[in-house]
Design a binder for this molecule. Structure first.
Ligand code: ATP
Ligand code: MG
Length: 303
């Protein structure tokens, strides 16, 4: 349904060229929920914007392509941005709302008047608030209206960038149940961007791990949790209490993301990696299947 092929995106800034994505490849099948995880600054939002066609004009596509149902689509915002069938939930709660229209009107625009109440209920907002403006709602309520807007246009692919960050656990569960239901019932595919590996593990079919603009591992959830292959993925998992082998194993990933401006090592994890060897610096390790559908980009994987 969606195929991102070796997508390389740079941003021109006054400080220099930010090498935000490096040969990123990713596929999503109908009905599939794919989790995209990685530290802050690893390129998750840039990739989501690219798929939604919302990159700003400072972005340069250096290499690669995005195919939607077999046809190439442009990652940079054009004048007419409406890309029916791909909907985006934005990371910042107010980004998807028009500040001068009531939430009811905005929902009616995408879904039709008769669906507004049901959409509000589905994200646990009192339908009596249809005539409220975004400024009258809290950040979390705006986030939920944004989710209702995205789901209201019956998308075939939902790009959800941190959709439940800042929501209470009950509302988070309701939103995730809605996404699960639309995937199962209507075959909606979802790219779920999140810092929360436990949330991704609970709802996704597959998890893709990004580090500094590179995809380092992609695997079915169970396979990733049982046997992470990339040292970075293993450290991310070990940082979560429920996946750490024992309380003593709880670690944070050492070191910082490399600066994406200037010269970068072939494997961008090299300087943080305890398994680093001379051959790691020769060329970027390709993302290759090691067992079935478990892919890893590492010359010295853990298993
Ligand atoms: N418009 C832009 N101009 C310049 N650099 C940018 C731009 N957008 C993103 N970047 C850079 O690209 C890198 C990846 O950013 P991105 O927002 O995708 O991270 P992220 O993984 O979504 O992080 P977070 O988890 O904090 O949301 C960062 O180094 C960021 O500074
Ligand atoms: Mg982000």
């Amino acid at each position: 349904m969606l195929a991102v092929n070796r997508l390389t995106v740079h941003f021109s800034t006054r400080r220099g060229t930010v090498q935000a994505l490096d040969r990123v490849s990713l596929e999503i099948a109908p009905g599939e929920i794919v989790g995209l995880v990685g530290e802050s600054g690893s390129g998750k939002s840039v990739l989501s914007y690219a798929i939604s066609g919302l990159l700003d004009s400072a972005a340069r596509i250096v290499e690669g392509s995005i195919l939607w149902q077999g046809r190439p689509i442009g990652p940079i915002r054009e004048r007419r941005t409406t890309r029916a069938s791909i909907a985006q939930i934005f990371q910042s709660p107010r980004a998807s709302l028009n500040p001068i229209r009531t939430i009811g009107r905005q929902l009616a625009d995408v879904a039709g008047k008769d669906k507004v109440r049901a959409l509000l209920e589905s994200v646990r907002i009192d339908p009596e608030r249809v005539n409220h403006y975004p400024f009258e709602l809290s950040g979390g309520q705006c986030q939920r209206v944004g989710i209702a807007l995205a789901l209201g246009c019956d998308p075939e692919l939902l790009i959800a960038d941190e959709p439940t960050t800042g929501l209470d656990v009950t509302t988070e569960a309701a939103v995730m149940a809605l996404i699960d239901d639309l995937s199962a019932r209507l075959g909606m595919a979802t790219l779920l961007v999140t810092h929360n590996l436990a949330l991704a593990a609970a709802h996704c079919d597959r998890i893709v791990v990004m580090h500094a603009g590179q995809i380092v591992e992609s695997a079915p959830v169970a396979s990733l949790i049982a046997a992470p292959m990339h040292p970075y993925a293993a450290q991310l998992l070990a940082a979560i209490p429920q996946y750490a082998r024992s309380a003593g194993d709880l670690v944070t990933v050492p070191g910082l993301l490399p600066d994406l401006i200037g010269s970068l090592p072939a494997c961008r994890f090299a300087r943080r990696c305890s398994r680093h060897a001379a051959d790691c610096d020769e060329s970027p390790p390709p993302l290759m299947p090691r067992v079935h559908d478990h892919l890893v980009a590492c010359r010295h994987p853990l298993c």
